[in-house]
Design a protein around this ligand. Structure first.
Ligand code: SF4
Ligand code: SF4
Length: 224
């Protein structure tokens, strides 16, 4: 939700306590990313409320896509109102709290790919000073509670997949990538059966997508 971050270690203790003010859910236009696992969980959320919602409906109704370099399409949550509040904010409360995206779940912490054999590196977002000073949170406890085994498995696999897509996409022109956009979004975000577990489907989809990108590149005379 912000760009002010400092590295933290697992045994560090942070004086943080959420006041449920909802401030971190406002002024978030183009800031809250929806990863494939987030889209799947949000679809499950609406399904649990009796709505026949598919992953593609989540992307169409609550998010918009945007390209990241090198032309890598991502989804970001929509906002509403002059204060650019998240589309899921209701008063000061998150209406999809149990299935909120990873970014929100980890806040005020975040992770990045680890170096020197570590799976992840951990960071603290320092953009809202008001929630610091009270409470006491051990960083490792926070991640244990808010970064599930399934989410870790997905994020680790996704970092690896993104590196592979990057290699292929860098060899294509924006026009070529535009042409492949539907397949890219389909395999990454939409091709999930909500009655089945996420991770196996994700890994299968990524293999399909990589094979498809390689095939397209070969047909266009590129090298991998
Ligand atoms: S995390 Fe901070 S900004 Fe967000 S609702 Fe809690 S107190 Fe407010
Ligand atoms: S999904 Fe929920 S926690 Fe995340 S920004 Fe929206 S309202 Fe806030």
């Amino acid at each position: 939700m912000n760009e002010q971050i400092v590295p933290v270690s697992g045994n560090q203790k942070i004086a943080f306590q959420c006041q449920r003010c909802g401030a971190c859910c406002r002024h978030v236009e183009n800031k809250v990313m929806l990863e494939p696992y987030d889209v799947y969980l949000l679809a499950l959320h609406f399904q649990s409320e009796g709505q026949a919602v598919r992953p593609e409906d989540i992307c169409a109704q609550y998010a918009h896509s945007m390209p990241l370099e090198p032309y890598f399409p991502i989804f970001l949550l929509n906002t509403a109102g002059e204060d650019q509040h998240c589309i899921f904010l209701n008063g000061n409360h998150c209406s999809v709290y149990a299935h909120r995206p990873r970014t929100c779940r980890l806040y005020p912490f975040t992770v990045d790919a680890g170096r020197r054999g570590k799976d992840f590196e951990y960071f603290l977002c320092t953009d809202y000073p008001d929630h610091f000073g009270k409470g006491r949170v051990r960083v490792s406890d926070w991640f244990y509670e808010n970064f599930s085994k399934d989410a870790r498995r997905f994020v680790k696999a996704d970092y690896a997949a993104i590196r592979q897509y990057g290699k292929l996409l860098r060899q294509m022109t924006p026009a070529q990538i535009d042409h492949l956009l539907f397949q890219f979004l389909f395999y990454r975000y939409w091709n999930y059966d909500l009655s089945k577990l996420f991770q196996e489907q994700f890994e299968h989809n990524q293999r399909q997508l990589l094979a498809f990108l390689q095939e397209q590149l070969a047909q266009n005379g590129g090298s991998i």
